[in-house]
Structures are given as C-alpha cells and as structure tokens.
Design a protein around this ligand. Structure first.
Ligand code: ZN
Ligand code: ZN
Ligand code: ZN
Length: 502
C-alpha cells in the first residue's frame, strides 16, 4: 500500500466539494461513477484491490462493487463497466501503467533495471519471478521507488554489486540493504547464514563456477547442477543432517561433473545436451572409478527434462508421458517450496498435479475424504482411495488441522477448501484463479484431466523422485502460515489483500 492510500483511507477531513458515496468524504475529485454512486480515488484504489467471494454470485474474484446493502460484489454483479483486466496477463486487477497490472509492472520494471539477460543470470530471473508473484506486487512497486532501493537495484543491474553476502557486507549498513538481503535469502537466492558449512560450500561453488566463466557451454549446465540441484537440496536438509558429509559429497559430484563436461568439450567438442550413451560408456571405461560420480548429474538432467534417456541407471527412452511427468514433478516441487503461498492453495495444487483431479471436483472435496491411519494417508478420489506420498503427509496434516477450518469463518466446515461464505466450498473458478500463481496452464487448462500420476508411479517412487524427507516437509508445513516479514509496508488491511482461499 502506498503512503497516499494510507492517508486516503483514514482521511476524516474534507478537502473538496464532491461527495464520495462510499466514504462520505468531500473530495476534490471523483475518480469514477459506478452503479452504487460516486467513488473517490482512495475508495477506488481499495475497491480494485479487494478480492474474495462475491456476495451475489459466490465467484471468488475481484470485488470492486457494492450491493444496495453494502456487500462486496464482483464487477459483473455490480454492473461495473470499467475495464479491470490487465491487458498483458489477462488477470482481473487494477489497470495501472499502460493497462498493465501491478504484477506485470513489477516484472517489466525489474527486468529493465536488473537486466537478467545481460549476461544471463538465473538468479535474477528467479528474483523477478518471485517478487512479481507475491500477494502484494504494489508494495514491491512502492519499495522499488525508494531512492536507496533504486540505487541497489541499479548496481545489481549494472553488475557492479554482486549477489553475495560478502558484497552486501561491504556496503554501508542500511535498512534497504538488509531488506533486500532478506528477500534474497527468503527466495533462496542467497543462502541463509545459519550453517557455516553451507556458507563455505556456497563460497566454494562460486569459485568453482567462476573458473568456467569463459566457457559458457560448461558454466551454464554446471551452475544448474551446482546451484539449483545441490545447493537447493543442501539448504532444505533437516537439521540433524551431517552437513560435513553432505557438502563434501556435493563438492565431489560437482567437481566430477565439471571434469566430465571439460572432457566432452575438449575431446569431442560436445555440449552435455548432445551426449549419447557411447560417450558415457567411453568415459567410464577409460578413466578412474571416481568418474562414476557423474551418475547423479545424468540422473538430475533427465529428471529436469534436460538430458536424454541415458543409462545413468537403466531406463527406457524418455517418451512424452515421462517428460510430462517430469514437468509435473517439478511443478509439485515448486508448489511444496512456495512457503509464502497459503497452504490451502498449495494443497489444492498438489492434489491437482498428483492425481489429475478436475478443478470442479477438487473444489468440492470434503475433509473426510482424507483418511489417516497407522499405514499412512489416503484420499478418496475415485473408487480406490489414492495414497498420499509419505513426505507430503505433514503438509496435508497441517492443512487439515489449521487450514481447512480455523482460518475461515466456517469453523465447522466439512469442505477441504471452504469459501469465505458460511457453509460453501470454494468455487471452481475461484480455485483456478488461486492456482494461477503456480502457472499450471502449460500443464493443463481448466478442468482438463491430467493422468493420475500416482497410478503411473507408486507412492514410494514418487517420494523418491520428489527427493524430500518428511522432516523437510514438516518444515515447509510449519512455514505455511508465516507472513512475508521481508516486505515493506505490509500492514495487511482487508481492503488490500482480500480474504484467503478459506
Ligand atoms: Zn471515498
Ligand atoms: Zn458476482
Ligand atoms: Zn498483468
């Protein structure tokens, strides 16, 4: 929320001659005339940023309108003709600069400032994505306008400020520096400084990757492997992990991966994307046994859809169902790790991705369709209860315990995803809108049935493919209700954010 809105909302005094029919204040200018009357700038701003279940049609969407008795209603039910669709992404939202919504503007502006492609930097791409997909892109815009923030972002864009704790340490101490650091750590772009071994590993990795800076054909895939596979995995390890051993074996795998890519490049002029089984067989046959450590690299590239079907372990050719499995597993990982997204939304996305449950059916699931006992947890979706993979159980348990009921006004709701309206479950539309944050469109369009992943892969292999332990999951569940303390001006007001899914 901007300072103007802060001032506007509570403004008791009159400063003009026009009466706003919503706040009853006298204002200098009426922003818009809607069916319920004249609306001032401050009231307009809060109206186009409130979403929830429409009191008339029950759709979960933007609620700019007011019914004759003052209920919040959607644009259609209110008969509002003001265009409230972002002309870039098509989401229902306040149209700001150029008809684009705040999230699109954050993406555009940050891309302009951070120049994530000059040269390409995956971390910057990720930072932009994360900041644009928060619940409050407007506060990011506000923050970006602060001169201190601008200076920081500009120097990152000019590549004069490196994204590392050391370079942040070297700056004069300032709130904006610490704030940006927190955001980077929150989004796993900088490591938390909790574990010194992790800290050292990151430094080692930077140096190692730096030594390939002039060889992008090696640098890029090695960075993916080192940072996005190993570092991420190390950061989410449960506290009792032997970090000494974990970081040592990660270093060994990265070192061997680098050596393999150098061999491919020098001996065969090949990028790792182009290798065939013969190259692996040859590499393994002619060198020391440590060369076997590239197994995980090959496995990992296959899982992320980058590698071909090579016998890192015997496996059938990667056919299209497998690659869609891969993208779904990746999507599931993204959902699990999106600690900043409300748990109910993540649970819905997980069920959708795992079992291919159509959205309409998903929205009307009841909590008692989930059954837990000593053997694990199942969900009754078809004739046979489907098993919920073991590492995901803490997330489901947490949602059942806290999410499905206590956050809503419907204390005794039978629904797994209740609406804010007493006794209702969330509408399919509303749920699909909520799921948009995960960008599932490439995998499915609304109400398309995906195949049931849990039937393709038994729960144990699913767990293994997801690569999580239940300890990690407990951590992700525990983070669920956590507020994003790292954002500026986050005073949550009903008007700005609207109610959650439940
Ligand atoms: Zn007003
Ligand atoms: Zn409506
Ligand atoms: Zn947009």
């Amino acid at each position: 929320m901007t300072m103007n809105e802060l001032r506007g909302r509570g403004r008791p005094r009159s400063s003009g001659t026009h009466r706003c029919d919503r706040c009853r204040n006298l204002v200098a200018r009426i922003r818009v005339h809607w069916p319920d009357g004249a609306v001032c700038g401050a009231c307009f701003s809060s109206a186009v940023n409130a979403s929830g279940a429409c009191a008339h049609c029950r759709e979960f969407r933007l609620l700019p309108g007011r019914s004759p008795i003052g209920e919040e209603i959607c644009r259609d039910c209110a008969g509002i003709t003001t265009n409230l669709t972002c002309s870039k992404c098509g989401r229902e939202a306040e149209r700001r600069r150029g008809g684009h919504c705040a999230a699109c503007i954050v993406t555009e502006d940050l891309t302009g400032i951070l120049k994530p492609n000059e040269p390409p930097d995956l971390r910057l791409h990720r930072l932009i994505r994360e900041l644009a997909s928060t619940d409050r892109p407007r506060s990011i815009i506000t923050w970006m306008r602060l001169p201190e923030a601008q200076a920081l972002l500009n120097s990152i864009g000019a590549r004069t400020l490196e994204l590392s704790h050391e370079s942040f340490d070297a700056l004069p101490p300032a709130h904006s520096v610490e704030h940006l650091r927190e955001m980077l750590v929150h989004h796993h772009i900088l490591p938390g400084r909790g574990d010194i071994r992790l800290f050292r590993f990151e430094a080692w990795l930077d140096t190692r990757l730096g030594s390939f800076e002039d060889r992008p054909r090696i640098h890029q895939p090695l960075e993916v492997f080192g940072r996005w596979h190993h570092l991420r995995r190390l950061r989410t390890m449960p506290p009792q992990t032997n970090m000494d051993y974990a970081t040592r074996s990660a270093k060994q795998e990265i070192t061997e991966a680098g050596k393999f890519m150098v061999w491919l490049d020098t001996e065969h002029g090949l990028h790792i994307d182009k290798i065939r089984q013969e190259h692996i067989d040859l590499y393994w046959s002619e060198g020391p046994s440590t060369r076997k450590h590239i197994r995980n690299l090959l496995q990992q590239r296959k899982l992320t859809g980058k590698g071909r079907a090579l016998k890192a372990k015997a496996r059938q050719a990667v056919a299209s169902p497998m690659s869609s499995t891969t993208s779904r597993l990746n999507a599931i990982r993204t959902v699990i790790e999106a600690d900043e997204v409300y748990l109910g939304t993540r649970i819905a996305a997980i069920i959708f991705l795992l079992y291919g449950t159509p959205i309409g059916k998903l929205a009307s699931l009841q909590s008692n369709q989930i059954h837990a006992d000593a053997n694990g947890m199942t969900i009754a979706l078809g004739s046979q209860p489907a098993t919920i993979p073991e590492p995901l159980i803490p997330l489901f348990t947490d949602h059942l315990r806290h999410g499905a009921n206590s956050r809503s006004m419907n204390k005794e709701s039978p629904w797994l995803f209740p609406s804010t309206m007493a006794g209702q479950h969330i509408s399919g539309n509303a749920l699909w809108n909520r799921l948009k944050i995960f960008d599932l469109q490439p995998l499915a369009t609304r109400n398309t049935t995906l195949f049931d992943l849990s039937k393709e892969l038994d729960p144990a292999s699913l767990s293994a493919l997801l690569g999580y332990t239940s300890m990690t999951m407990t951590k992700h569940a525990a983070h669920a209700g956590m507020q994003m303390g790292s954002y500026p001006a986050t005073m949550p007001t009903r008007g700005e954010f609207g109610p959650e899914i439940t």
